[in-house]
Design a protein around this ligand. Structure first.
Ligand code: NAD
Length: 255
């Protein structure tokens, strides 16, 4: 058996024996859907002005911010579909081997893939929130036919329901994520550098509370050499389907 298959086997066994497996995802899981990370040479911020996610700039000139937000997070992200990495997490949830996904991503792809238990730590582009009456609505393209979009209830300006620079983490998401991290006995960390605070502390919570950590990433992260127990070095869109296949093989050989 190859080293690669041995590691997959070990990870599959750990998940099969777990009581509570949680996944934690970052920008890397959506790269194979065509959404680049924010930073780095080919990152989004090398093409677009990050100022569109500055809260003061948004309130000063919502129309200008919305033009760019629409282009990046609705026109561009809107063309992306879940890839085999997202789909594998939905399969694991359906099979009963994954309790929840905590994601730093705002692209809504875990829900589109079929995961039901998704904690959106930074919010989601899949909802819009009124800056005046705070009501949220599910995003529909017609909301963006005139910019800036307005609340149908009170006429206030709508903002994407994800956090802009300097905004606080949504309270419910923060508590739910920390609870998941403390409860999980297996923590699957996928496609994140672990450099965005406070999301970066979530795997540490899990580890401190005794979780076994499995990591999937083609490059090592700030966790790999300090706390990862099983490192599956590779792309999420390849490693996750291979992991699901290995789990299925174990299950069928036990029957
Ligand atoms: P990051 O941009 O800091 O790092 C991306 C990580 O993904 C790296 O470790 C990289 O090695 C890894 N990676 C690249 N290709 C991969 C693949 N095919 N499979 C698995 N891993 C792969 O991402 P981050 O740590 O999540 O932090 C960036 C912040 O930006 C997050 O807070 C997130 O909210 C936000 N963001 C979101 C999206 C999105 O919604 N899709 C996209 C870009 C950034």
């Amino acid at each position: 058996m190859s080293e690669y298959q041995k590691l997959l086997d070990k990870a599959a066994q750990v998940i099969l024996n777990a009581h509570h497996t949680t996944a934690f995802t970052g920008a890397g899981i959506s790269v194979e859907s065509g959404i680049p990370p924010f930073r780095g040479k080919d990152g989004l911020w090398s093409r677009y002005d990050p100022n569109c996610l500055d809260l003061d700039a948004f309130y000063r000139n919502p129309e200008k911010s919305w033009k760019l937000i629409n282009e990046i997070f609705y026109d561009f992200f809107g063309k992306a579909h879940p890839n085999p990495g997202h789909e594998s997490l939905a399969i694991l949830e359906k099979m009963g081997y994954l309790h929840a996904v905590i994601t730093q991503n705002i692209d809504n792809l875990h829900r589109l893939a079929g995961n039901k238990q998704v904690i959106e730590f930074h919010g989601t582009s899949g909802r819009l929130k009124c800056t005046q009456c705070h009501q949220t609505v599910i995003y529909q393209p017609e909301y963006l036919s005139t910019l800036p979009p307005q609340c149908k209830q009170c006429g206030g300006i709508l903002k994407p329901d994800f956090i802009f620079f300097g905004e606080a983490i949504p309270l419910d998401a923060y508590h739910d994520a920390m609870h998941e991290a403390k409860t999980a006995d297996v923590f699957l960390v996928i496609g994140t550098t672990g450099e965005v605070y406070p999301a970066s502390t979530i795997p540490w919570q899990a580890k401190t509370h005794g979780a076994v950590m499995i990591e999937i990433n083609p490059e090592s992260s700030s966790y790999t050499h300090s706390m990862t127990d099983i490192y599956l070095k590779g792309k999420a869109g390849e490693m996750l389907p291979a992991l699901v296949e290995t789990i299925k093989n174990h299950v069928s050989s036990e029957h």
